[in-house]
Design a binder for this molecule. Structure first.
Ligand SMILES: Cc1cc2nc3c(=O)[nH]c(=O)nc-3n(C[C@H](O)[C@H](O)[C@H](O)COP(=O)(O)OP(=O)(O)OC[C@H]3O[C@@H](n4cnc5c(N)ncnc54)[C@H](O)[C@@H]3O)c2cc1C
Length: 460
């Protein structure tokens, strides 16, 4: 019997993991990627260099049997190191269990492992320098340009998985129709990446097991550790205005901006002036759709379906979660593509919208709310309630980052109830001892149903 064939556009993180999972189910998978093979030429240079990997992403990599190859490349980040303007720094743990950590991973290394695994699977064919240029819904074909010789050809949607990222040409081919109803919303803030080289003996020059944040109200600088002893920094700032990237146009302006806002780290940054002046400005945005599928022919997946801003470190984690959710559904629904795609959308679309919202909210928390003296107290109370009521209360950050069995939409809804509760019980308090803990525990039990009633099984 001939193998059933499927096509994927995009060999990014989502397209490649999806290819591996579909191939393991026995499909013949063709993947069309516009860039060169990044193992030969890295066309992604300039995109975020490293990423935070958390439970949802890890869960998917374990399920695909790849995690063992990635584990050695990870740098654990146990919490946030908050750097004040006066040079003082405070470390706040992300979670309280020993294994509640997130991991910094280099995008290039991760993509290379994924592609290496995909290449080793005989029923996956990777086609690089093949650019999808549009989708024709009437005859269900994608028009593709072979960038090696400029020739054009067509690929059938039999079905087609569009994993072609936030600017998906497949999604945009449907603009003007009701099929996906995609809306792209650009943030008024952009980003530039900077770096701190390794110190003596390749030691990190800042605490390695932390995600560093310099919160400055309307903007922030962050740093994630890399395995080689260096750090990748990202300056998130308004595109226009002052302060804004448009007002950082001369060496003197860049130096003065960093001396004023980031004096403790400015001298550690390599090529500070040139990188701020000449590196391309990264854009940030959110993609929301009403639907993700065109009958049983096309499915949007990963950033193509739901790009989110990076402030919760969840875009890739969500894209990986998509792959296991789809894999589960396919194993139970047989070959009924319209039904599979409908069920996938039912399970993931409202979750994607929830993390899109939480990611936007987290930008305000990271750049501003963390400076509120009550922030640490609320975190302390949240940890105490988690210890006292592990079946009812898990801090929202932990639900998102460490609990892949709690859907994002549940984390958002419960997180709001918990936020109100934490504000209420810390209102007149300066330290945990001032909080009426007994009343807080009673209130939490009343307002939050047991978590085991809402958990989903992602380990099938
Ligand atoms: C600054 C920044 C920091 C981030 N940090 C984190 C983080 O810490 N943690 C996290 O989980 N996520 C993070 N993300 C989000 C993460 O990068 C994305 O969610 C993830 O890469 C999405 O994977 P994807 O495969 O869906 O899309 P992509 O990685 O964009 O892959 C799409 C692929 O499709 C290809 N393609 C595009 N168009 C075509 C075409 N027309 N024809 C053929 N191929 C095409 C592209 O070349 C690419 O290879 C961050 C994003 C940014 C911008």
């Amino acid at each position: 019997m001939p193998q059933e064939a499927v096509n994927i556009i995009g060999a990014g993180q989502c397209g490649t993991l999806l290819a591996i999972m579909l191939a393991k189910q026995g499909f013949l998978v063709d993947v069309f990627e516009r860039n060169h093979d990044p193992r030969i030429i890295d066309a992604e240079a300039g995109r975020s260099i490293n990423l935070a990997l958390a439970a949802r992403g890890i869960n998917a990599l374990v399920r695909a049997g790849i995690y063992d190859q990635i584990e050695a490349m990870l740098v654990p980040m146990r919490g946030r190191m908050l750097h004040q303007t006066d040079g003082n720094a405070e470390f706040l743990r992300y979670g309280q269990a020993h294994d509640e950590v997130i991991y910094s991973v280099t995008r290039r290394d991760l993509n290379q492992v994924l592609l290496g695994v995909a290449e080793g699977i005989p029923n996956i064919r990777l086609h690089f320098r093949q650019q999808a240029i549009g989708y024709d819904a009437r005859d269900c074909t994608v028009h593709v340009r072979d960038l090696n010789d400029d020739s054009l050809y067509e690929v059938e949607a039999r079905p087609l998985f569009a994993a072609d990222g936030a600017g998906s040409i497949i999604r945009r081919s449907f603009d003007g129709s009701d099929t996906f109803g995609g809306i792209e919303t650009l943030l008024q803030h952009g980003y530039k990446e900077l770096s701190i080289a390794p110190g003596r003996s390749d030691q990190h020059q800042l605490e390695p097991n932390a995600l560093h944040i310099w919160p400055r109200g309307g903007f922030m600088l962050i740093a994630l550790p890399n395995p080689g002893g260096d750090f990748t920094l990202t300056l998130f700032l308004r595109n226009d205005g002052d302060p804004g990237f448009s007002s950082l146009t001369t060496p003197a302006q860049v130096e003065s901006f960093f001396q004023q806002h980031f004096p403790d780290v400015a001298e550690l940054i390599d090529n500070l002036v040139d990188d701020v002046l000449y590196k391309p400005l990264g854009l940030l945005g959110t993609v929301r759709c009403r639907h993700w599928h065109d009958r049983g022919n096309v499915l949007l997946i990963g950033d193509a379906a739901h790009a989110v801003v990076p402030f919760h470190g969840q875009g890739m984690n969500l894209a990986f979660e998509d792959c296991i959710v789809l894999d589960h559904i396919m194993r139970t629904e047989g070959g009924d593509w319209p039904r599979i795609f409908r069920r996938f959308e039912e399970q993931q679309l409202f979750n994607a919208n929830a993390i899109a919202d939480m990611a936007l909210e987290n930008y305000i928390e990271m750049r501003d709310t963390v400076r509120d003296p009550k922030f640490a107290l609320r975190k302390e109370l949240a940890f105490e309630l988690e210890r006292q009521l592990p079946d009812n209360f898990i801090p929202r950050y932990s639900m998102v980052m460490f609990h892949s069995d709690i859907p994002y939409a549940v984390a958002r809804e419960r997180g709001e109830t918990q936020r109100q509760l934490l504000h209420e019980f810390t209102a007149g308090a300066e330290r945990l001892g001032d909080v009426d803990l007994t009343a807080a525990i009673i209130a939490a039990k009343e307002r939050l149903s047991p978590l085991n009633e809402i958990k989903v099984d992602r380990t099938l």
